[in-house]
Design a protein around this ligand. Structure first.
Ligand SMILES: [Zn+2]
Length: 218
């Protein structure tokens, strides 16, 4: 009698562990969105978190790829949030993923489309953010139109490009990198002088697709 009780307990333990494992695996499968999946309820935007992040029905957050919008307290933060909200809130969106499906925070990374209009591109065209590239998205077909949209915004003095903000008299980038810096930034300190690019303005660096360093925030 005693032995069968302990056997029973062992069986229940095994069942419990199996159920927990099944729940975890099931949860992961639900979380994973296939790249070829068609737009459906899953891709309705239920909340705009900030100018470049949305929440989808089902709880997933999506960070718009290759763009960076102002942080709270910076000029055009409110406008960037409102712009994205006007474009996508409560609408069905299609997501095109880049190379990496999720970032280190578990957020989805992608390009948002509504009726074949790329929202990432619309953000840059209106000057509500700047192009923000990493090595793994440089070759994507969306990047060239994104840069063209940013050039349009800079030349038109739109949004963030309308702010006459020039904290330094020149800016520096390492050849082959994707960021530009204030001349005193640590990130550039060890770059040899003949391996540096010098720009007169932030716009000049942004016109060729370089993004402001997030450490020295030029
Ligand atoms: Zn820097």
């Amino acid at each position: 009698m005693r032995r069968s009780k302990s056997v029973n307990r062992t069986i229940w333990r095994i069942v419990f562990v199996l159920v927990v494992v099944a729940l975890i695996v099931g949860y992961r499968l639900v979380e994973e969105i296939g790249p070829d999946r068609h737009p459906d309820e899953r891709f309705v935007v239920v909340r705009v978190v900030d100018g470049d992040t949305v929440e989808l029905r089902g709880g997933d957050r999506l960070r718009l790829l290759a763009v960076d919008t102002p942080e709270k307290g910076q000029p055009f933060y409110e406008e960037a949030c409102r712009f994205l909200s006007d474009q996508v809130l409560a609408k069905q969106v299609e997501i095109i993923f880049g190379g990496k499906r999720r970032d280190g925070y578990g957020r989805l990374l992608g390009f948002l489309y509504i009726d074949n209009v790329c929202i990432n591109e619309a953000i840059l065209r209106s000057g509500m953010g700047c192009l923000y590239l990493f090595e793994d998205n440089i070759g994507l077909p969306q990047i060239e139109p994104l840069l063209a949209a940013q050039v349009e915004a800079i030349n038109g003095d739109r949004g963030i490009w309308s702010v006459d903000y020039r904290p330094e008299d020149h800016y520096v980038a390492a050849k082959g990198s994707f960021r530009f810096h204030r001349p005193g930034c640590r990130a550039i300190a060890r770059t040899r002088v003949d391996n540096r690019l010098i720009f007169d303005s932030r716009e000049e660096a942004a016109l060729i697709g370089l993004s402001p360093c997030r450490t020295c925030r030029p």
